[in-house]
Design a protein around this ligand. Structure first.
Ligand code: NAP
Length: 235
């Protein structure tokens, strides 16, 4: 099995890599980091340093990978050193909005563009992006977090659109958006105290949920937005 985990240095991404190697020890895994390379170097794992918002970085990586069975994008941001997500439209900031779009939306579009051929070369493949339930327009009852929500809603539209195009071009590929639930990582850190302990998942649990789910899915399930428990989230 050949996999690419984008954002392999993140809480969820690194746990996905470890779980993949646990389930399929003979896998070849390529993983990316941006600012922090994890000190984790099993022989089946190949690290690549890339800025996922830069198209030439992605194109260079894609040129090295001829065939992939799984691409999982676990890159994302919710806050920066200067900004927490907005509680009100009065806190809206153009640069913060653009950083959300660049980090949460753009990478999946670039990955789909450049990794279509390696995914096509596999007999059955999965193209999965870690999204967030707060990106569901229908599920939005609370408001707030307008830049993050908008970037994930745009991401969801991108995933749905790619899944429709690939039904004919890559009929063996299952394209999915995945909601991980609240998972203990640096992304969720400022908000963890508001979450009941049993609802704050370890990255290991979230990775198990994702990979157990993938094991049950076929290309017939393409174009879905699925939660960690396997339920379907309305777009
Ligand atoms: N944690 C949660 O509760 C939760 C809930 C819902 C959805 N999600 C989603 O789950 C995904 C993973 O989140 P996480 O909790 O694992 O967050 P995390 O631990 O903060 O990881 C974020 C990852 O994104 C990478 N990254 C950020 N900007 C990048 C760039 N320009 N180029 C390349 N890589 C970049 C980071 O790389 P470096 O560290 O190497 O810079 C890191 O690997 C995100 O899409 C998030 O929105 C998380």
């Amino acid at each position: 099995m050949k996999a690419l985990v984008v954002g392999g240095s993140g809480g969820i991404g690194l746990a996905v890599i470890k779980q993949l190697l646990h389930l399929k020890p003979h896998s070849q895994i390529h993983a990316t980091y941006f600012r922090h390379q994890p000190d984790y170097h099993p022989p089946q794992l190949h690290w690549h340093q890339i800025d996922i918002t830069v198209e030439t970085d992605i194109a260079k990586l894609a040129a090295q990978l001829i065939q992939l069975d799984i691409v999982i994008n676990a890159v994302g941001m919710l806050h920066t050193a200067e900004h927490l997500p907005e509680k009100s439209i009065q806190h809206f900031d153009v640069d913060f909005f653009q950083t959300n779009i660049q980090t949460n939306t753009l990478p999946t579009l670039l990955l789909a563009k450049h990794f279509m051929l390696p995914l096509k070369a596999s007999r059955r493949s999965y193209f999965v992006t870690v999204s967030a339930k707060v990106g569901s327009i229908e599920d939005n009852k609370l408001g707030g977090w307008i830049s993050y929500r908008s970037s994930k809603a745009a991401l969801n539209m991108a995933i749905k659109t790619i899944s429709i195009e690939w039904r004919t071009k890559l009929p063996h590929c299952c394209v999915l958006a995945f909601h991980p639930g609240t998972t203990a990582s640096s992304l969720s850190k400022p908000f963890q105290r508001n979450v009941a302990l049993h609802k704050l998942f370890t990255p290991e649990y979230t990775a198990q949920c994702l990979l157990n789910l993938l094991a049950t899915l076929t290309p017939q399930n393409t174009g879905k937005f699925l939660s960690y428990d396997g339920s379907t989230i309305p777009w």
